[in-house]
Design a protein around this ligand. Structure first.
Ligand SMILES: NC(=O)c1ccc[n+]([C@@H]2O[C@H](COP(=O)([O-])OP(=O)(O)OC[C@H]3O[C@@H](n4cnc5c(N)ncnc54)[C@H](OP(=O)(O)O)[C@@H]3O)[C@@H](O)[C@H]2O)c1
Length: 294
């Protein structure tokens, strides 16, 4: 039996990991915040020491990007101190560690998709704290993968697709930002890719390590994503609002967002054989699931 410790089991990615088909003999342990608080350094160290884990996947994070600007101590504790603690504890026992991270480590001013070696430059507390976590994990556990992803959506939790469906049911028209570029990526595809990486790390002591980018294929703006969502809504015979394109400047938020969140996935394809699916197909599945619930 191979025991895998997953933090953030109640989050978008964590819940999809719990629902995913696992390699034979694997058991995922997904303690919630009450059983394992990422702010509790001693508890994290004890949790890693408790079993001969096959791997640890840190999918837990402080993800409230705007709130982080005024709550930086908590964001840094969850996004940097916790992964650093996990890195020290896992490295002491030779356990592989996968640290889920984000496009927000970049400034978003590159003209093309970001590759793993591009210079970082976070625009806010969330991105800076996640970068802190990346640096700690990379420096402290030689058997680690930093798994950067972006624009996560899923049928559960808080995300753009769910917000659009809620607002679209209340209003005849919506204004959506059309000058930020990325690839909507379902938590289910992330879970699938994480398990491929984890299985390789568990079974192969010489498995590749370091930073890898993962996002669904294709690209979009938030406005494109909203229009795609409402096209599916209309196809399902439901009323859909019109979507007006606006700029980031028209929609001020406490935290600055990268204008370019596109992640190049060539390396994860080359080293782990992972081929991302197109965002349009995966988002269509998500919308279908959400419409079936309501
Ligand atoms: N969401 C995105 O668009 C996005 C984009 C790029 C990268 N990422 C990264 O992808 C990963 C997963 O994100 P997600 O979208 O699944 O996040 P999410 O839905 O916000 O889930 C975050 C998880 O972290 C847990 N958590 C937060 N603080 C904790 C604490 N002090 N103790 C224990 N658990 C705590 C939450 O528990 P509770 O349920 O108890 O709050 C939840 O399970 C994160 O590393 C995130 O940085 C996300």
């Amino acid at each position: 039996m191979t025991d895998i410790l997953v933090t953030g089991g109640t989050g978008q990615v964590g819940q999809e990991l719990r629902a995913a088909a696992l390699p034979a003999g694997w058991v995922l342990h997904t303690p919630g915040r009450n059983e394992l608080n990422l702010l509790d350094v001693a508890a994290l160290t004890a949790a890693v020491a408790a079993r001969p884990w096959g791997a640890v996947i840190n999918a837990g994070a402080y993800t409230a990007v705007d709130r982080a600007e005024s709550d930086s101590a908590t964001a840094w504790a969850v996004n940097m101190t916790a992964p650093r603690t996990l890195a020290v504890a896992t490295a002491a026992k030779g356990i592989p560690l996968i640290q889920v991270s984000t496009d927000y480590v970049f400034a978003g001013d590159k003209a093309s998709a970001y590759v793993e070696t591009d210079p970082v430059g976070p625009l806010g507390v969330y991105g800076a704290s996640k970068l802190g976590g990346e640096i700690a994990v990379g420096a402290l556990n030689p058997r680690s993968v930093i798994f950067r992803t972006a624009w996560v959506v899923s049928p559960i939790g808080t995300n753009f697709v769910k917000t659009m469906l809620r607002l679209g049911a209340e209003r005849p028209s919506l204004r959506v930002v059309a000058d930020q570029h990325g690839a909507p990526t379902t938590a289910r595809e992330i879970a699938r890719a994480l398990l491929i990486v984890a299985e390789r790390m568990v079974t192969d002591a010489t498995a590749p390590t370091g930073i890898y980018h993962f996002a669904c294929a294709g690209e979009a703006t938030w406005c494109d994503l909203a229009r795609h969502v409402f096209a599916r809504v209309a196809l399902a015979g439901r009323a859909a609002p019109t979507v007006e394109a606006i700029t980031t400047a028209d929609y001020p938020t406490p935290a600055r967002r990268p204008a370019n969140s596109r992640l190049d996935t060539h390396c994860i394809n080359r080293d782990f054989g992972i081929t991302p699916r197109d965002w349009r197909d995966t988002v269509a599945e998500t919308v279908k699931e959400l419409l079936a619930k309501n």
